[in-house]
Design a protein around this ligand. Structure first.
Ligand code: BGC
Length: 272
């Protein structure tokens, strides 16, 4: 029998009731992990993800938490430990867009995106790191392990390097994630905790439905993708799984772009 890649590892995927988070949760569940599916507002969608994992033979629980609220994040982690006794992987994924032209952007739109996309990842990563260190101290099993004792994958975006007019709150949050990720990776590596990011390009999920569901906008979007297709949430989930697996044990503080070449300055292909 083939050993499942994440057999009995415990993973929290924040914001996993839809989109990329959902695909990650299902992928980990299908590969033997115990999955904590987190949502902030849509319980019914979250439950569907749990049901899908269970119907594939996996283990999952559903936990509500708004990642921008410290107490809710702490409760998310304590419920995970109560249920499964440990944590091995955090996929810090929850994020959103509140788009507006810069001159019209309200403080509320700015703040909401920074709160969820940046502060929310700070809170989740800090809790995960505390847990990894606490459980390393209490078990002899992992203390002398050659492999990482905890893995964190953050959800960034191609907009951690591609400026994005009309979305300055979002681009600022993801640019922030880049240095946040690298800085905590540097700080946590001596504890044998690995921290990396993925930066998806255009992935077919609810966040950009307005673009891919409109034939004209979709055609324009493909101009930005040398590989000439929109990504799928599974494209990202598979890369997240690799970064969370022991196969990438020597990869620390890296950002992996999953974008069909969107960051390759496609407009220069026949220009300049
Ligand atoms: C955004 C999407 C966008 C993609 C490429 C993502 O981070 O959330 O709305 O389609 O970047 O621009």
């Amino acid at each position: 029998m083939i050993e499942l890649a994440f057999k009995d590892q415990v993973v929290i995927v924040t914001g996993s009731s839809s989109g990329i988070g959902r695909a990650c949760a299902v992928h980990f569940g299908n590969n033997g992990a115990h999955v904590v599916v987190n949502y902030s507002s849509n319980a019914a969608e979250g439950q569907q993800v749990v049901d899908e994992i269970r119907s594939n033979g996996g283990t999952a629980i559903l936990v509500k938490a708004d990642v921008s609220k410290e107490e809710e994040v702490k409760a998310l982690f304590s419920q995970t430990i109560n249920e499964f006794g440990r944590l091995d992987i955090l996929v810090s994924n929850a994020g959103l867009q509140k788009d507006a032209p810069f001159l019209e952007m309200t403080l509320e739109q700015w703040q909401k995106v920074i709160d969820v996309n940046l502060t929310g990842q700070f809170l989740a990563c800090r809790e995960a790191a505390r847990q990894f260190i606490a459980q390393t101290k209490t078990t002899t099993e992992t203390t002398h392990s050659e492999l990482a004792v905890g893995k964190i994958v953050l959800m960034s975006s191609v907009h951690d390097v591609i400026p994005w007019a009309g979305h300055v709150n979002y681009a600022a949050s993801k640019g922030g994630i880049m240095m946040f990720m690298k800085s905590i990776s540097q700080e946590l590596a001596p504890h044998k905790i690995r921290v990396n990011s993925v930066s998806p390009g255009a992935i077919k999920t609810p966040i950009n439905q307005e673009v891919w569901s409109d034939p004209d906008k979709y055609k324009d979007l493909l101009q930005l993708i040398p590989y000439k297709r929109i990504g799928t949430a599974q494209d990202v989930a598979k890369a997240v799984a690799w970064l969370a697996s022991d196969d990438s044990d020597y990869v620390n503080g890296e950002t992996l772009y999953i974008d069909g070449g969107m960051t390759l300055y496609p407009e220069f292909a026949d220009n300049g």
